[in-house]
Design a protein around this ligand. Structure first.
Ligand code: GLU
Length: 586
């Protein structure tokens, strides 16, 4: 926890003291610079919007809005919306998965990051995704079935956050999802498309019966889908708390489903379930120009990599450059290469691996590394740097892909409390297995499939009890007086980091409102190709960037950015048109 603006530090945040102190000095020295432009929503509103939710599905956003209208806090709205997402966006997230949640308490100024990442069962080991012949499994060969399922973390995390910041009773937050699961919801276009194209949903009986009709055809858009089994699981958890999920009937069914899987049977125990702990970790915060940007530290790489990219760009005045012009895009790509070189090498679960968090965010280190960036020439594939404290550790890099799944929601309540939460079951429909009416994640395939490379260990290798490295980047931004400026995040695998950085730069450096910053085309470099959004105005930059030495690829992956900004005229929200989300405010 970080206290802002009083700046008192929680004991476990001690290692962040330097970073925060630097942040305070820098952030307080300059006046807060806020974009004052407004979205059409805010412009047309007769009075300023003071509470808002942006989420990936209209049912979820509506549920969150109702909770806010009934006096619920940001965390209450996030929980109720997430439970609905378990039902209506089963490809993306749910109680069978995990999440990271950033929270801002407007009254005390405290900034917290909650870790609900899945853990590897005790039976896991560093070679669990190798074939008998020692070669790596292909992705779906490993992801589908029981052995990729991590112990779900979402519910213990939500309960931990609710105990500290909830206003409405826990059980009340479950009622909308329970009612909807009983009454049914119409399959959305995106969900229908993903069901139709998925090759693995038929593998397991319970999943097939849920997503396929009696003629063995994928259920189409508009089908009313009821889920009485999920309604019953939620009813039990509503009255008994998260423990009802981690022990007893629901836990036993998860363990049996995982271990008796017809494909890749796993080795999860009821002890693994019972022993799951959500964590209240120190957030990773760093000043960027006149703002303080806070993200999720390890086991996510999201916060540290986002902050590194911004830190490396600090010496370039992006605000003076043409938005989305070749010069600015080039610089962001170059910073991104350097940050991903460090990410792929050093970042993993810090409870198992000594992640050099402080060294990676050290302004002197970033400044030195930034000197490698040429304003006119692409730098090619980068090697990791030598961050302080960890220079002697030699790890081999690893990068993971994928990203049709996962969801992000942002909420601000009337008091000004904010939630930025990214939640995931990893791949679309996770392991493809269902238990208790919800999908089970395949989060363990976020571990490196091989434990070492050329003799050097990989920091993100699988180990019992460890959390796989994530790229999820729920982010909160503050101004120099400690007031909230923005809550933002996205799904998208390791490209999440690029989606979030693009949106931060568009909103902060280029003064775009939330909707425009989210809509703006993305550009990403994960220490390889420079990926530009296909069909966007960025395509026109291809020849210029190629002439600078970039290998350009046009990609059309769907980001799912959901964000809220504060403006003097009220809240300004945006939902990514590349998915199905909406913003609702009052
Ligand atoms: N499992 C990924 C992560 O934690 C997210 C996957 C996605 O966004 O689709 O980084």
């Amino acid at each position: 926890m970080v206290l802002f603006p009083k700046f008192a530090l929680h004991k476990t945040s001690a290692q962040y003291a330097l970073i925060i102190a630097a942040a305070i000095l820098s952030a307080c020295a300059a006046p807060p610079a806020q974009n004052t432009s407004l979205t059409s929503k805010a412009k047309s509103a007769s009075k300023p919007l003071t509470q808002m939710i942006s989420a990936a599905n209209p049912h979820a956003a509506k549920t969150g809005q109702t909770i806010l209208q009934n006096g619920g806090s940001a965390i209450d709205a996030a929980i109720a919306a997430q439970l609905v997402l378990t039902l209506v966006e089963p490809q993306s997230s749910g109680i069978g998965g995990g999440a990271f949640l950033m929270h801002y308490n407007a009254k005390t100024g405290s900034i917290q990051s909650f870790d609900g990442r899945e853990t590897a069962p005790k039976s896991s080991h560093s070679k669990m995704f190798l074939r008998k012949d020692g070669n790596k499994k292909k992705f779906y060969e490993a992801a589908v079935g029981g052995s990729s399922v991590g112990v779900p973390g979402l519910l213990r995390m939500l309960e931990l956050a609710h105990k500290q910041h909830g206003t409405l009773p826990w059980k009340d937050l479950f009622q909308p999802a329970i009612q909807m699961a009983k009454a049914g919801f119409e399959i959305s276009p995106r969900l229908a498309g993903l069901i139709a194209k998925d090759k693995y949903l038929k593998t397991f009986n319970q999943t097939r019966a849920y997503f396929y009709d009696v003629n063995n055809m994928p259920k189409p858009e508009g089908t009313l889908l009821k889920n009485p089994k999920l309604a019953e699981s939620l009813r039990l958890i509503a009255s008994g708390g998260a423990d009802t999920f981690y022990t007893g009937l629901i836990a036993n069914e998860i363990v049996d489903t995982v271990n008796e899987a017809s494909q890749n049977p796993g080795g999860m125990t009821t002890d693994d379930m019972e022993g799951y702990q959500a964590k209240d970790r120190p957030p990773a915060c760093m000043p960027y120009r006149v703002w303080l940007v806070c993200g999720m530290g390890p086991p996510s790489s999201g916060g540290l990599t986002t902050l590194q990219i911004l830190g490396l760009l600090q010496r370039f005045d992006l605000g003076k450059m043409k938005p989305f012009g070749a010069k600015a895009v080039h610089l962001v790509m170059e910073a991104s290469r350097l940050a991903f070189a460090d990410r792929n090498t050093y970042m993993a679960d810090s409870d198992f691996i000594p992640v050099p968090t402080l060294g990676l965010l050290d302004p002197a280190y970033l400044d030195l590394r930034s000197k490698q960036i040429s304003p006119t020439k692409a730098g090619g594939r980068r090697s990791p740097g030598m961050p302080r404290l960890q220079a002697e550790l030699k790890y081999a890099p690893s990068l993971n892909e994928h990203g049709l799944s996962t969801t992000h929601l942002s909420v601000v309540d009337k008091i000004g409390n904010a939630v930025s939460m990214t939640s995931s079951i990893e791949n679309a429909f996770g392991s493809r297995m269902m238990s208790g009416g919800f999908m089970l994640n395949n989060q363990l395939t976020d571990f490196s499939f091989t434990p070492s490379k050329n003799g050097a260990p990989i920091a993100n290798r699988a180990e019992p009890g460890k959390r796989p490295r994530s790229s999820m980047s729920p982010t909160l931004v503050f101004d120099g007086s400690g007031s909230l400026v923005m809550a933002i995040g996205s799904p998208g695998g390791s490209r999440i980091i690029g989606y979030v950085v693009k949106t931060l730069i568009a909103a902060l450096d280029w003064g775009m409102d939330m909707d425009a910053a989210i809509d703006a085309p993305y550009f990403i470099n994960r220490n390889g190709t420079t990926d530009l959004e296909k069909g966007s105005r960025l395509e026109a930059l291809k020849p210029t960037l190629e002439a600078m030495g970039h290998k350009v690829k046009l990609i059309s992956n769907a980001s799912g950015l959901h964000g809220i900004r504060t403006t003097p005229q009220g809240l300004d929200g945006g939902a990514d048109k590349r998915r199905e989300g909406i913003v609702l405010g009052d």
